[in-house]
Design a protein. Structure first.
Length: 244
């Protein structure tokens, strides 16, 4: 089976890191690759950037359909472009945020999310509402660090996440921690060891869920909500997304 991880931002080092981590988690016989848009935003930390990045996600889905991809994982916390992506394919499309929430709910009664930077809390809260997981989430905490600093401040980021997670366990009474950003797989093992509770990385959870959906023969329903969009003659750079 062929699983493609789509990184909605244009920072290719993130994309490379995602596929390297995913290769160690993928089942035997699963081909995992990763793509990011050729143009767009280097990180998604605002509504404007999310709208821009969603176009890139759709473009990558169109390419994936040509490549025969069996399922997709969208690697951006906030699940940028997931709904639109599901309209463009019959294959499963798994958002890392929803995957993290579903996984956390299976191993803990309540979980806290640690994301970054603080302004992105609203994106997390949107997915909590859409998935019906608001009641299971004890709190959404945020570290005041830009996403792009993840590449250069790995040790400091780890310390900040550990501190925030300890507050979540003590003050929120959380029983599991969801890491609220892609590219944090390397924090799962040390945080789990230090905290003694499940720590969930949504990209890897999404990968395993995508594999499971393909194995079960389940694809995106085209009955109504995620039916293929009506054929229209779009113009300019959008002309390749829909065919009139």
């Amino acid at each position: 089976m062929h699983i493609r991880i789509i990184n909605p931002n244009t920072t290719t080092t993130f994309t490379t890191g995602l596929v390297a981590a995913a290769t160690t988690f993928a089942a035997t016989g699963t081909l995992v690759d990763a793509r990011s848009p050729a143009s767009g935003t280097p990180s998604v930390e605002s509504h404007v950037e999310e709208a821009i990045a969603a176009i890139g996600v759709m473009e990558e889905i169109v390419k994936g359909e040509q490549d025969g991809v069996n399922a997709y994982v969208i690697a951006c916390f906030g699940d940028t472009g997931v709904a639109a992506a599901r309209e463009l394919t019959n294959a499963p499309v798994v958002g890392m945020t929803e995957a993290a929430f579903f996984a956390a709910s299976l191993v803990a009664a309540r979980f806290s999310v640690i994301t970054l930077p603080p302004r992105t809390r609203i994106h997390t809260e949107r997915v909590l509402r859409e998935t019906g997981m608001s009641e299971r989430c004890a709190a959404v905490r945020a570290i005041d660090v830009p996403v792009l600093d993840l590449e250069d401040e790995e040790e400091a980021i780890g310390v900040a996440f550990l501190e925030a997670a300890r507050h979540a366990l003590d003050e929120d009474h959380a029983e599991a921690i969801v890491l609220g950003c892609a590219g944090l797989t390397n924090l799962v093992e040390p945080l789990t060891r230090e905290l003694g509770v499940p720590v969930i990385d949504g990209v890897m959870a999404g990968l395993k869920m995508a594999e499971g959906l393909v194995m079960l023969g389940l694809g995106t329903s085209k009955r109504s909500s995620f039916a293929y969009p009506p054929a229209k003659n779009l113009t300019g750079p959008f002309s390749t997304l829909l065919k009139g």
